[in-house]
Design a protein around this ligand. Structure first.
Ligand code: ZN
Length: 460
């Protein structure tokens, strides 16, 4: 059993269980509930200095009001018995899935996740919002990829592996570079560059963010994947990115295939962002939309989503005018958002009306939420990342808990009213009969009842 010392608190941290091993470190459970320990295989002075800067200059958590961890930021350095830094303590992101599990239809099906297109839009919006907050603090994420983003059942993402970020020490401007990158997410100007000697900017992250958003909205497809129409072999992914060959480039040699989700079904403002990133931004990387631009565009897109009249898990953009998912199911025999059919039949009016306010609530929330805040999907209100098999049980359980609570509350309120009435009567009688010790007892009783009342509602 390995015991380390938390540098910020001086407390002992015990490493528990079997670690998850990555290229440069092992990640352990710890005896400190809610925290993991990342221990480097071999730490360097660079690691230690970079961690010190990160711990001293933590970006503002944009979703603290939602009690959410938007990024697993290093909390404290961990030291061994010799007092050497061996790694760091970071918050554990619980009950969340990798991004690919929610945007890839096959993975969703295998995991029985009930995720709709609105959930994916909301996730995209929230990722952009978190990345905007990180950029404002002067960090560059560097290795944005689906494996480094987890998402929970409220469509709230958490970015992990934050110690790979590019960090700039605000005191002396020393840059600790991001040494890793991932194929498919690396912008054309960085392909084949040596990351160890390349300073990055948030402009590079803008490309990676656009790829992630594209994957979320287009069923996991990459913008650079399609049917090759040029001569010779279809170039490798990195070569296509380097040459700016994506589906909607002018005269592109990559063309959509039958199962490609059409570009025009997303909101025009979102389309514009993709075109700016992969067309205009190919020639001039500064023209790529910022994370903030994506937040604005996706907020408009979420506001324009509406539920299909035939399948309760189909959302489409009013700007497109019809449900593409229904058309796709007929044309290809594939429904990537399968749900329950028959909402609009007259016998199901109640079901329909029970879902439509949910859509309305989400639109109102999107409109009312300040641009810097994340949009939340409430899992208890609508379908999100719940497993299909357990969703009914979950709903029933919530319903029965709610009913029990209601009955209990009514009984407690009745008993409480009776006691208050008795105590008031006691006070009145004691004043009339000049028994002031009874009066004091009555007043104290009322005080106790009031305290109990406040405690009960706070707890419940
Ligand atoms: Zn539909």
């Amino acid at each position: 059993m390995t015991v380390l010392t938390c540098a910020s608190t001086g407390k002992s941290i015990t490493l528990l269980g079997e670690p998850k091993i990555s290229g440069e470190a092992k990640v352990w459970q710890t005896n400190h509930n809610g925290y993991l320990a990342k221990i480097y295989h071999s730490q360097t002075p660079e690691h230690v200095q970079k961690l010190a800067v990160m711990i001293a200059h933590r970006p503002k958590e944009p979703n603290s009001h939602l009690n959410h961890i938007s990024f697993a930021w290093p909390k404290s350095v961990l030291k061994d018995a010799q007092g050497d830094c061996v790694g760091f303590l970071m918050p554990e992101i619980k009950q969340a899935k990798e991004l690919i599990d929610v945007y890839n239809p096959s993975k969703r099906k295998a995991l029985k996740l009930d995720v709709d297109w609105r959930f994916l839009h909301t996730t995209a919006l929230n990722i952009a919002s978190i990345i905007e907050a990180i950029h404002i603090s002067g960090y560059v994420l560097g290795d944005i990829k689906q494996q480094n983003i987890l998402v929970n059942d409220r469509a709230l993402p958490s970015i992990i592996d934050t110690d790979s970020f590019q960090v700039r020490n605000p005191k002396n401007s020393k840059v600790y570079r991001c040494l890793v990158g991932s194929e498919g997410y690396t912008p054309p100007e960085l392909i084949d560059k040596d990351f160890a000697s390349t300073d990055q900017t948030e402009v590079h992250d803008r490309f990676r963010l656009a790829v992630i958003i594209y994957e979320l909205l287009f069923g996991g497809d990459k913008p650079f994947a399609g049917e090759w129409k040029g001569s010779g072999e279809n170039p490798e992914l990195n070569e296509r990115i380097r040459r700016g060959l994506w589906l909607y480039a002018p005269n592109s040699l990559i063309q959509p295939v039958a199962r490609t989700i059409p570009f025009e079904i997303v909101h025009p403002e979102v389309q514009r962002c993709f075109l700016r990133c992969f067309n205009d931004g190919y020639k001039n990387s500064n023209l790529r939309p910022t994370a903030g631009d994506w937040v604005k565009a996706l907020r408009l897109a979420v506001n324009e989503l509406t539920i299909c009249g035939k399948v309760d898990s189909h959302y489409y953009s009013r700007t497109h005018g019809k449900c593409y998912w229904c058309d796709r199911a007929i044309k290809l025999g594939i429904d990537i958002f399968p749900g329950f059919i028959g909402i609009t039949s007259s016998s199901n009016t109640a079901t329909s009306s029970s879902i439509k306010p949910t859509q309305s609530q989400v639109s109102q929330l999107a409109a009312a939420t300040p641009e810097t805040q994340a949009l939340v999907i409430q899992p208890s209100v609508t379908s999100t990342i719940r497993t299909t098999s357990s969703s009914v049980q979950h709903t029933q359980s919530q319903f029965s808990q709610s009913e029990t609570f209601k009955v209990l509350s009514i009984w407690i309120a009745l008993v409480w009213c009776c006691i208050i009435l008795l105590l008031i009567t006691l006070c009145v009688v004691s004043v009339v009969s000049s028994k002031f010790d009874w009066f004091l007892a009555g007043i104290m009783g009322i005080g106790c009842c009031w305290r109990f009342y406040r405690w009960f509602w706070r707890v419940s």
